[in-house]
Design a protein around this ligand. Structure first.
Ligand code: HEM
Length: 432
């Protein structure tokens, strides 16, 4: 445990927010209720962040252009009063900081516009038969074996296959995607230690090298996939800035289009974001259903009617992404508290989704809930580009499991991963 984590462990004893405690990770919702009751802003020393637990504040700050996922489009590290990342972390930052999720306008707008074409509701709707067929096949396999681990057999392979197929990742290479993604995503937890950083750096180097090679191959022999489409956009334009890490002032942008680094970063972002949250939503969702048998019975009785609202309610009730950060680029005020430029806010999505000011009976799982302004896909310019696809995937696996495994039940107590930000189950053993 490094010094920060040790301080965190100590400070945790004093307050309800305790992201390093297994009990908190297992059920953070009572602590969120205490935070909401205690105020709109809480400075949390262990991660040096301002925690924002209320729905209205989270929703407003996500749309507020005085905040950003990065500050490097406006300030240097020195100007912003933040240390530059250590040089040995550079491969991770080059990869991460050139993906659209960690860019702001104008780079974000330029890249998002290109990628968005592949993710419009109409475009992804065409994938529905493929996604449903795959979900059905995976569930049939689980049922034929009398059960197994729902995470490994259904929740994981479905979104991994779908996003890999969209990008044109050959089947033989797909086994590496999950471990690379898990190692990179370790950096999104609060105060990652050196070991986590070393794993993320190694995965970033390997994943980037793999994609560089794949992009070269697709350039020679284009296919119908998203990588080939991004290459076509890349090749259309002239280079206007040198290649180099964004946090060193580079970024290798091309006028109106993508640099090679942005292309690699965007592919990694799509491959990682394209499955991590869906895996955890599926597992958290079934965990919630098993602990609310009357709701599961109602869903089984009327799947056609309840499926659309059930998907939204499961996303709200136990959201897979608990916290998102923003840098404060200009001073802001929340609930009378001034948060100065250079600070970081931690938007508590899990808490916002249980705020009684936004939801009637927020701690009740109500699969028929019609008025459900959950924030699980975020809001503002970084609103999840994959939301329409995620909804299709979640409905497909839920539908297939309801249909083909009408007696699906828990076979053992679920095991939880100890991550808080990207929160989900390690194993969910079921019997059919
Ligand atoms: C249940 C599943 C999913 C959830 C809960 C989820 C949630 C989110 C959230 C909360 C953000 C914004 C983070 C922020 O505001 O800081 C986001 C962004 C993003 N998501 Fe998702 N996501 C899911 C599935 C997917 C899928 C299937 C894909 C891709 C195929 C995807 C691709 C992305 C991308 C590329 C971004 C960055 C958008 C931008 O910065 O403009 N996500 N997602």
């Amino acid at each position: 445990m490094d010094a920060r984590a040790a301080r965190a462990a100590r400070a945790a004893l004093d307050g309800p927010f305790d992201p390093w405690s297994p009990a908190f990770v297992a059920d953070p919702y009572p602590a969120y209720a205490a935070l909401r009751a205690a105020g709109r802003v809480h400075y949390y020393e262990p991660s040096d962040q301002y925690l924002i637990p209320h729905h209205a504040d989270v929703a407003a700050l996500l749309r507020d252009r005085r905040l950003g996922r990065t500050y490097l489009h406006r300030y240097s590290h020195e100007e912003f009063g933040r240390p530059a990342p250590p040089p040995e972390h550079e491969p991770f930052h080059v990869l991460n900081d050139n993906g659209m999720l960690d860019l702001e306008a104008p780079a974000h707008t330029r890249i998002r516009r290109l990628v968005a074409k592949a993710f419009t509701p109409r475009t992804v709707e065409r994938l529905r038969p493929y996604v449903e067929g795959l979900a059905d096949e995976l569930v049939r396999g689980l049922v034929a074996d009398g059960g197994g681990d729902l995470v490994a057999r259904v929740a994981e392979p479905l979104p991994v296959a779908v996003i890999a197929e969209m990008l044109g990742i050959p089947e033989a290479d797909r086994g590496s995607l999950r471990p690379w993604s898990a190692d990179i995503c370790g950096m999104y937890e609060l105060n990652p230690g050196e070991e986590t950083a070393a794993r993320a750096v190694r995965a970033s180097v390997e994943f980037s090298a793999y994609l560089r090679e794949l992009i070269a191959a697709r350039r020679k022999e284009p296919g119908e996939d998203l990588i080939s489409a991004l290459i076509a956009a890349y090749d259309e334009n002239e280079e206007v800035r040198p290649e180099g890490p964004l946090w060193k002032g580079g970024g290798g942008r091309r006028a109106g289009r993508l640099s090679e680094q942005e292309m690699i970063s965007t592919c990694v972002l799509l491959l990682n974001a394209g499955h991590e949250a869906t895996v955890n939503s599926t597992a958290n969702g079934w965990n919630a259903l098993f602990s609310h048998p009357e709701q599961l019975a109602a869903l089984r009785a009327e799947p056609e009617r309840l499926l659309p609202t059930a998907v939204e309610e499961l996303l709200r009730f136990d959201t897979p992404l608990q916290l998102f950060e923003r840098w404060v680029l200009d001073d802001i005020e929340v609930g009378g508290a001034r948060i100065p430029r250079g600070s970081e806010v931690a938007l508590l999505f899990g808490s916002a989704n249980r705020d009684p000011a936004a939801f009637a009976a927020p701690d009740t799982l109500d699969l028929a809930r019609a008025d459900n302004p959950h924030i699980s896909f975020s809001a503002g310019i970084h609103y999840c580009i994959g939301a329409p696809l995620a909804r299709i995937e979640l409905a497909a696996s839920l539908g297939a499991l309801l249909r083909r495994a009408p007696d699906l039940r828990l076979a053992a107590e679920p095991t939880r991963k100890q991550n808080f930000v990207i929160r989900g189950l390690g194993e969910l053993l079921v019997e059919c």
